[in-house]
Design a binder for this molecule. Structure first.
Ligand SMILES: [Zn+2]
Length: 105
């Protein structure tokens, strides 16, 4: 029986807030637009599960994002975007919600 291929070593590190550099960040939402994106964007956050069919599809790929909030309220997302056969990862800073708002997007 052939030996199973060795798993690659995970890369490890702390996320930090791109605004204040704090490592005290927590995940607060998830969104996904899949290949062809025919159904729009699926989003999961503290309000529940949502489907927004008005979000346009990704061109030739998929898009997955995890949103984070630091303890000072700064928001950002780490986005993985696949276009054809390659995937890029990047961080986007998000606007902070006004005090008293729900924080949805
Ligand atoms: Zn911050």
């Amino acid at each position: 029986m052939p030996a199973a291929p060795a798993a690659s070593s995970p890369s490890r590190g702390y996320l930090h807030c791109p605004t204040c550099r704090s490592t005290n960040v927590i995940p607060s939402g998830f969104s996904c637009r899949t290949l062809l994106g025919a159904l729009g964007e699926v989003r999961i956050d503290h309000h529940g599960v949502h489907l927004d069919p008005s979000v346009p599809p990704c061109e030739g790929g998929a898009d997955i994002a995890i949103e984070y909030r630091c303890l000072d309220g700064h928001r950002f997302r780490v986005r993985l975007r696949t276009t054809y056969a390659t995937t890029s990862a990047f961080t986007q800073t998000l606007p902070c919600p006004e005090r008293g708002q729900s924080g949805r997007r």
